[in-house]
Design a protein around this ligand. Structure first.
Ligand code: SAH
Length: 418
């Protein structure tokens, strides 16, 4: 068959994993590549759509070419070109899942719409904040298709009117990228007004998670602007917060703090090293609890803050530790585990007998067992006995593809501290 598209032909028997819907073609499985007629170079371009065939010319699917050990990531199995309604039908399917999970409600318009492989869209993340979608490409293949993706989101997700593209930190570092890595794809929302910089913009924006309003700064904030992945775990903090003195360490814009306040916490201290994050915590607390006098927000380093508070004799009933990924790569795991042990030891020391620790790791490279061991070692180190009350993970709008277990990254423990 003559295909107008570049064709990747596999070695004999290498089609089997694709027939089982495994989404990757490894470079070692490829026998040869037949470039399309228009091609100038001698290899496919990074991000180019290619058709994958077996050694006996069976069409296996269409995907995009990558440089590296994963040569092709499949978008559509059994197709020899991308179906015309591909982006619309995938985005529609992802939205339907969120609707059926009960995440699209008047009191909840904050959710992850697309979680990469978990939504059969390898390399793509889309987070929804009220009327705004923030799109993040982790591959050149997704970058190339960003305009089609934006059109599909606009058409398929009724609440969305603005689409911001934010891939400056996520696209492969060495890849040749055409076009902007950041900027609005749809509309040009003057939001949010930069804090304290006196520039033009609007502050009339709130995204709602479980009835709580959050100012989300996708332009200057971390990742897509907010950590939607802690939604269910924040709701659990709300259940335990009543009457307690709570410390939300690594609070970012105060997600756990707002739930603790709504749960009737006696006091809540929010701590983050970023002053911008602390400014947003104060804005979020003022919006949701304008009369609250039991919340303080401090910009400080976690280790320094905990040491200083301990010296001052301070203790808490409930501490949340949600640090950034300590290990971004496999070779950093050992150091990361030491870091988790250190910070957990410092926190456990400050918990009153009968108190509770919520402790998390979002390092994909650190597995559940290793993290648990680090936390238990921390408890042993400071001579406290702990029990596991809950084992936590990422929520339902961050699904895991069974062939891509790497999509699982967030883990947490809730411990009862004797
Ligand atoms: N719990 C938050 C997300 C935390 S992200 C939520 O629910 O939204 C991790 C946060 O740790 C970031 O806001 C980052 O600014 C902060 N951070 C990084 N290093 C830190 C340090 N050494 N001390 C205190 N905060 C730190």
């Amino acid at each position: 068959m003559v295909n107008s598209m570049t064709t990747v032909i596999l070695k004999p028997h290498k089609e089997e994993s694709l027939l089982r819907f495994h989404p990757w073609v490894f470079s070692g499985a490829i026998a040869r590549v037949v470039l399309d007629a228009k091609h100038k170079g001698d290899a496919p371009e990074e991000g180019e759509l290619v058709c994958v065939q077996s050694s006996t010319s069976n069409v296996l699917g269409v995907g995009y070419w990558q440089v590296g050990s994963i040569a092709v990531r499949i978008l559509a199995f059994g197709e020899d070109s991308l179906p015309a309604d591909f982006w619309h039908s995938r985005i529609r399917a992802a939205y339907k899942v969120r609707e059926s999970l009960g995440l699209v409600r008047k009191d909840n318009n904050t959710f992850r719409l697309v979680h990469g492989e978990g939504d059969n869209l390898p390399g793509l993340i889309v987070d929804i904040y009220a009327d705004t979608a923030v799109v993040q490409a982790h591959s050149v293949g997704m970058h190339v298709c960003r305009k089609e993706i934006a059109d599909a989101i606009l058409a398929e997700v009724p609440q969305v009117q603005n689409i911001y593209y934010k891939s400056d930190d996520t696209l492969p570092f060495k890849a040749p990228i055409e076009g902007d890595k950041i900027g609005y794809l749809i509309s040009d929302y003057q939001f949010p007004a930069p804090l304290g910089e006196g520039q033009e913009g609007t502050d009339e924006f709130w995204s709602i998670e479980n009835g709580l309003s959050f100012r989300i700064d996708w332009l200057r904030g971390q990742k897509t602007g907010f950590f939607i992945d802690q939604r269910e775990n924040r709701a659990l903090v709300e259940r335990y917060a009543h009457g307690k003195d709570v410390l939300n360490m690594f609070c970012y814009t105060g997600g756990f703090s707002l739930y603790a306040l709504r749960g009737g916490a006696k006091t809540v201290d929010s701590v983050d090293v970023s002053q911008k994050a602390i400014d947003l915590v104060n804005i979020n607390v003022a919006k949701n609890f304008p009369k609250a006098k039991n919340h303080t927000a401090v910009a400080a380093d976690a280790f320094e803050y905990l040491s200083a508070q301990k010296s001052a004799g301070k203790t808490y009933d409930l501490i949340i530790l949600d640090p950034p990924a300590f290990a971004k790569h496999r070779d950093a795991v050992k150091n990361a585990l030491r870091g988790y042990q250190r910070i957990n030891a410092k926190a456990i020391e400050m918990i009153r007998p009968g108190g509770i620790l919520f402790t998390f790791s979002c390092s994909q490279a650190v597995d559940k067992e290793a993290f648990r061991l680090a936390v238990f070692s921390a408890a042993a180190q400071v001579g406290r006995s702990v029990r596991i009350l809950h084992q936590l993970h990422q929520p339902q709008d961050h699904p895991i593809n069974i062939y891509h277990p790497e999509g699982e990254y967030l883990k947490g423990l809730v411990l009862y501290v004797e």
